[in-house]
Design a protein around this ligand. Sequence first.
Ligand SMILES: *Cc1c(COP(=O)(O)O)cnc(C)c1O
Length: 445
Amino acid sequence: MSSQPLTDQPITDVPASAALLARASAVIPGGVNSPVRAFRAVGGTPRFMAAGSGPWLTDADGNRYVDLICSWGPMILGHAHPDVLAAVNEAAARGFSFGTPSENEVALAEEIVARVEPVDQVRLVNSGTEATMSAIRLARGFTGRDVIVKFAGCYHGHVDALLASAGSGVATFALPDSAGVPRSSAGETIVLPYNDLAAVEAAFAERGHEIAAVITEAAPGNMGVVPPAPGFTEGLRRVTAAHGALLISDEVMTGFRCSRSGFYGLEGPYAGGAPDLFTFGKVMGGGFPTAAFGGRADVMAMLAPEGPVYQAGTLSGNPVASAAGLATLRGCTDEVYTRLDVVAHTIADAASAELTAASVPHTVQWAGSMFSVFFRDRPVTDYDGARDQDTDAFRRFFHSMLAQGVHLPPSAFESWFVSASHDDAAVEHVLAALPAAARAAASRD
Ligand SMILES: *Cc1c(COP(=O)(O)O)cnc(C)c1O
């Protein structure tokens, strides 16, 4: 590779991040505000970031990294994109929050409805967790039933009823569940293996009249990327419709990332009809805390103040966050999606080639430009498969990449994310780091 290393020395010493972690740990449990950030799965000191620009992050010690987390998806245009920054500045100059309706939230809702054909209406919220929590309440209110079906390894935020066998941080820590979730709440959740339509049919045959909804990640990214098998989503639509249950497609991660209309844009429309409800987050906030749930008009009409299902938020539809989200979505042109595909495939192909050269068993899986590298030699179709991989090999690979200035997600159970700002220099820097990382993965220390 022709690329210049960013630093002559590998990044090993991070005293400023270590000092911040010590300070943080005194006042924040584990020193972090979201568990995966703590590096518990990979060990070492999490990097406290001071700045981001395009594809680059700069930590508190001044080290630079090519960012392959992209805030877990939102930074699809890169950090501090000038158009988004201008929109945020312009909105902020006119006030931060009114507690009344304002135009930006209308424009953001219009943009989402225009992009995702089955979505007639959306309600804006502040996080993906709120979106799924509200969507299941709405499904329960609409159907008058209580039971929710979810799939093992799918993560839908830290909602009580949806934490059973969740992926993401819960997978990282190999927790079967979370403490503090009432038995009564977990008892209303049926957890099934992903991609197993026969299990769904059996569950509906037994308890179909009690089931309010099936919630699924449109393409799971929180146990690593595990796309739906051909016909699986359509099968969910068929079974739920036959039993009067709703289908909720969680596109918090895939929405507006896998295509301009999310994973639905790649897989839909479905012969048996669209999901009834969708949830969105991440990209649609452009790095700010805004998210949404939406879908069929007759279902959405059940929401207060139109209907009896209560849902609210002091900062929901925040004008600054809405401006950031709208500028981000408007920036997501066809060229952007083309660039994401090129960057993702260039990096994934090179990673695979280097791992092969180093004799490291691995499988790369895709959903649009989201991909992950599983450290095992067979495809992964469900959560059991995702857990059956060499997480030690991942750990060694991760740390080699980090020392060379490439920041991967600090867990083997996550997607890698790229942005349209990943230019040739950033990609070359990643490619240059891969051979040594592959050798590290192969080594036993
Ligand atoms: C990230 C994520 C959530 C939760 O979103 P937060 O904004 O972190 O609460 C829900 N569902 C999916 C599929 C996600 O990837």
